[in-house]
Design a protein around this ligand. Structure first.
Ligand code: GTP
Ligand code: MG
Length: 194
């Protein structure tokens, strides 16, 4: 996917804040610190566009990035951030649920996983939830630079969110592997021809 423009548009905490144009959107969802914001930066080749941090819990709002004036990539706060007060985490969950369930512009969901960790109940129920919403879903294994090729092959078989889960996109924001494949999937979901 050729990137002509990539802009941060706004941060939202509720539906009334969302952009009110009619562009299609894809969303990134996953555990805190898994590399969602870094993935956006790699994809658009702009280092500081999405704020990242080695400490989990960096992204705290729903952030909208407009790409090529054709579609949005939406970055969500991560879940399962252990040091986060329960009240705050519940607030994020409500915010994420409102977005996933009530946003007609949403055309596809990317579930981002670190293949070094087993998927937990949270990821399994998330996958089932997205399937119930009948949204196209793709999984992405990030930080693949941390695994050898054989370990990666082993983990790709081991980490399965559901029997229907398709082969994950193997990604690394360090090496750039997976960027073209991810661009292709986004283009298919948004059917924007961007
Ligand atoms: P939250 O906003 O807390 O939900 O986190 P996030 O999922 O947006 O993660 P973020 O992109 O901020 O990255 C977290 C940490 O992982 C940072 O220290 C990144 O540099 C690192 N990281 C992200 N992607 C990769 C990757 O592909 N490979 C390696 N080795 N490190 C990565
Ligand atoms: Mg983030």
């Amino acid at each position: 996917m050729k990137i002509i423009s990539a802009e941060f548009i706004l941060s939202a905490y509720k539906s009334s804040h969302y952009p009110n144009d009619d562009l299609p959107e894809v969303v990134l969802i996953g555990r805190s610190n898994v590399g969602k914001s870094s993935l956006i930066n790699s994809l658009v080749n702009r280092k500081g566009l999405a704020k990242t941090s080695s400490a989990p819990g960096k992204t705290r709002s729903i952030n909208f990035y407009r790409i090529n004036n054709a579609f949005y990539i939406v970055d969500l706060p991560g879940f399962g951030y252990a040091n986060c007060p329960k009240k705050v985490q519940q607030g994020w969950e409500k915010m994420i649920a409102e977005y996933l369930e009530c946003r007609p512009n949403l055309k596809g969901v990317f579930i981002i996983l670190d293949p070094r960790r087993d998927a937990t109940e949270v990821e399994h129920s998330l996958y089932a939830w997205i399937e119930r919403l009948s949204l196209p879903v793709a999984t992405v294994f990030t930080k693949t630079d941390k695994l050898s090729r054989s370990e990666l092959a082993r983990r790709t078989t081991a980490v399965k969110l559901s029997l229907s889960m398709e082969k994950p996109v193997l990604f690394s924001s360090i090496t750039g592997i997976g960027v073209p494949e991810l661009g292709k999937r986004i283009r298919e979901m948004t059917a924007s021809g961007a």
